[in-house]
Design a protein. Structure first.
Ligand code: SAM
Length: 295
């Protein structure tokens, strides 16, 4: 087992180590985004499992690798697992890459990682680009908490149910969509979230024609109705407004706040305490306190 802790920040990490599965991030457009560590690993590893051997051969043709390329995609993932595990068990090192980005994110990988772990073998990720996080951090929408939905089911009740859940989600949501379904998705989002909900479509990230179209669903839809969507797209949808706690009425809230004020708390402190207790915004509570016509 390699001791990663003692190697943090150093260049003398012995990679690839025998019997280790490496999950390697590859570019989502700009080839300069393949890290030196990823290059070195892909050059020296015993075998590389990839979605499309012809596509990946182009990426690794720039460096002299003797690695055996093995196809591993969503249609043969289960049947390929025993071969890949056998390689690791016999002391070979294995890298997993996908056509672009981080394996396991809307790409094959999850099943190989869990089978490798179940077999008691080590898994290490060599991080690299990921369209979801790249688009998110460029959007300016809240990124402290977010959720990733990837591709929605193309149609039917599962899609409708997920769209409804997404429309009520308070965190920023990240979606992947193919360009020929983008307008349909934006139309559905406008119906359930309203035209003014924050949204950015990140197009062709890291490529020559990179674009970020927003800042609302309405504006993005108008743009794509006038400009045919082409290239790869990641959608960043702003969260829903925090729901008001409808369990407690406004007069009851006022009574609670006045009770605290009578005990000697300031308006500010009383609004802060009640906002925490009831999950309501402080601004809403201030407004309530200053609204004279509520009894
Ligand atoms: N594993 C990849 C990752 O880490 O981002 C995602 C693979 S998924 C099969 C492909 C989808 O990711 C595309 O349909 C698109 O929604 C998004 N995507 C990939 N590259 C992109 C790019 N350069 N710009 C915008 N979105 C991209």
């Amino acid at each position: 087992m390699i001791d990663l802790k003692n190697n943090v920040g150093s260049n003398d990490l012995i990679e690839p180590a025998p019997g280790v599965l490496y999950i390697v991030g590859t570019p989502i457009g700009h080839l300069g985004d393949l890290s030196p560590r990823a290059q070195s690993l892909l050059t020296n590893v015993s075998a590389i499992a990839c979605e499309d051997t012809r596509h990946s051969r182009k990426l690794i043709s720039k460096f002299r690798t003797k690695a055996l390329l093995i196809s591993f995609h969503r249609h043969n993932a289960q049947s390929r697992l025993p071969t890949l595990l056998e390689l690791l068990k016999t002391g070979k090192s294995l890298a997993l890459i996908s056509d672009a980005g981080l394996p396991g994110i809307s790409d094959p990988g999850e099943e190989l990682v869990s089978a490798t772990r179940e077999a008691g073998l080590q898994v290490i990720c060599i991080p690299g680009p990921c369209a979801a996080t790249t688009a998110l951090v460029c959007s300016g929408l809240p990124s402290g908490r977010f959720c990733f939905e990837g591709f929605l089911p193309p149609k039917g009740s599962k899609r409708a149910k997920l769209l409804k859940e997404i429309s009520q989600e308070e965190r920023t949501t990240v979606l992947y969509e193919s360009p020929h379904r983008l307008i349909q998705l934006l139309k559905e989002l406008i119906t359930i979230c309203g035209a003014k909900r924050s949204l950015y479509v990140a197009r062709e990230l890291t490529k020559r024609h990179e674009q970020h179209i927003g800042p609302t669903i309405g504006i993005a839809l108008k743009y794509f109705l006038e400009n045919e969507p082409i290239g790869e797209c990641t959608i960043i949808l702003g969260g829903a407004e925090k729901k008001l706690n409808i369990e407690i009425s406004e007069p009851e809230l006022l009574k609670k706040m006045h009770a605290l004020i009578d005990e000697g708390l300031s308006t500010n402190e009383s609004a802060r305490l009640i906002s925490k207790e009831e999950g309501l915004s402080k601004r809403f509570l201030y407004r309530l306190l200053h609204q004279k016509d509520i009894s």
